[in-house]
Design a protein around this ligand. Structure first.
Ligand code: UD1
Length: 426
């Protein structure tokens, strides 16, 4: 298995090209199922999860053609053609590798009147149920059955518009409901919908495909269903979590990075929290400049749905605060088990105590390199960040987590001065 070796202590400086957003890509790809015309997505990141989603679409009978980007962005483009569907089943073998497979449920039942998706089950950051996905689809007239590890949704006469108010804000459930509602008969109203920029990206793509959606970017989405949607060409938004992670890399090494392609509007809360720690953030042509000088100040951060501070930035922020001059308090309100990086950071010398959903981070003067591994994507990135600042050598194991969400990580970091390489045991 590969591992990433970092010799810490270098100050990072230069430009980092920000890739297309993983989480936007994973909800834009299933939109191909909603039309018998071609959907082309551009600025797709080269990531394991995007490839897995492509395979899932192939399994359903969608033809996919991937090529180098022709839109000037750094990403690839994929043209998907779901003229006819070969299957409406998302099998266990694919779903177990990628939770986001559940996002084919809404589009499939909307287009084909039936869908069967293996239950994603638990995952490293909590038990992550899908009850809200199912309730929202039921509100649109789908019949839901659970059997033998699969969820089956049927709507033989097609879905019909309905009202659903999410009791908890859920990104994935909002996405599934929105993708289903665009082909349902009549009007659907989704209340307490998630407002993440990736949902705005999804809604904009659906509109480009001919959908009618009001309230984009708000917590109330009103959708007037159409009998059919058309194909489109759509550019995936820049990855705000990747950009935020590199912002932390600038901060933790006292460096200066230009995050090329990053959008300020998607990242206001992340940058507000960074400014509290003494980091400078300015808009430059084509991106955002993040720089830091000297020791960071502590800060208290609580995760919550957009526009608040994202849970997907909590681990990376914790690495930064582990070296701050004072004590910080982090509160994780979204996932119940998202502090698995804490014991690994402790092995590098961090002083962090977890009490339920709260972590008390007492800043230390320095971290030391160690062998570490994490059980999820963002936690792995927090260890890379710690390694960049630590004295000596850090080896981050289980690199496949990073490959799910960070495109060409070593290449991007070494281009701005990091001493980092990937070693393969094989
Ligand atoms: C998405 C993101 C993930 C991010 C998360 C929160 C993708 C592919 N993943 O995950 O990176 O960390 O949003 O911003 O876009 N919940 C339920 N029932 C449900 C669904 C969710 O109780 O049916 C709960 C979850 O357990 C969690 C909370 O709602 O506590 C938010 O989860 P949700 O927004 O759905 O996360 P995902 O869409 O899975």
């Amino acid at each position: 298995m590969d591992r990433i070796i970092i010799r810490g202590g270098r100050t990072l400086k230069g430009q980092v090209p920000i890739s297309g957003a993983k989480n936007a890509a994973l909800t834009l790809l299933p939109c191909a199922l909603l039309t018998d015309e071609k959907l082309t997505l551009t600025n797709l990141p080269r990531l394991a999860d995007v490839d897995s989603f492509g395979h899932l679409l192939n399994e359903l009978g969608v033809s996919t053609k991937v090529q180098r980007g022709t839109d000037g962005s750094i990403g690839r483009e994929m043209t998907m053609d779901a003229k006819s569907l070969a299957s409406t089943v998302a099998p266990y073998d694919i779903v177990r590798k990628m939770r986001a497979s559940i996002l084919v449920l809404g589009p499939l039942v909307a287009r084909a009147g039936e869908a069967k998706v293996s239950l994603p089950g638990g995952c490293a950051i909590g038990n992550r149920p899908i009850d809200l996905h199912l309730k929202a689809l039921e509100a649109l007239g789908a019949q839901i059955e659970l059997a033998a590890g699969y969820v089956k949704a049927t709507a033989p006469g097609g879905l019909t518009g309905g009202r659903y108010s999410f009791p908890v804000v859920s990104v994935g459930a909002t996405e599934n409901a929105l993708m289903a509602a665009v082909l349902a008969k009549g009007e659907t109203v989704l209340d307490n919908a998630a407002r993440e920029p990736e949902i705005v990206d999804l809604a904009n793509c659906l509109v480009a495909m001919g959908a009618e959606i009001d309230g984009i970017g708000t917590d109330r989405l009103v959708i007037r269903g159409k009998p059919r949607l058309n194909g489109a060409r759509y550019q995936v938004m820049p990855d705000r979590i990747e950009a935020g992670s590199y912002a932390c890399a600038a901060a933790i090494t006292g460096g200066e990075l230009d995050l090329m392609g990053a959008r300020m509007g998607d990242m206001a809360t992340i940058f507000d929290a960074m400014r509290v720690t003494g980091v400078d953030v300015t808009e430059i042509e084509g991106g955002i400049r993040v720089s830091a000088n000297g020791r960071l100040k502590p800060s208290n951060v609580s995760t919550a749905p957009f526009p608040a501070f994202p849970t997907d930035m909590q681990a990376q922020f914790m690495s930064m605060l582990a070296l701050a001059d004072g004590t910080s308090v982090l509160t994780e309100t979204i996932f119940e088990n998202r502090y698995m990086h804490v014991p690994e950071l402790a092995r590098m010398g961090a002083d962090i105590q977890v009490h339920g959903r709260t972590a008390i981070v007492k800043g230390v003067d320095g971290l030391v390199g160690a062998d570490v591994m994490a059980t999820d994507l963002r936690a792995s990135m927090s260890l890379v960040l710690a390694g960049l600042a630590a004295k000596g050598e850090t080896a981050v194991h289980r690199v496949y987590h990073l490959d799910r969400g960070y495109e060409r990580l070593e290449e991007k970091l070494s281009a701005v001065g990091a001493d980092i390489e990937r070693l393969s045991d094989g």
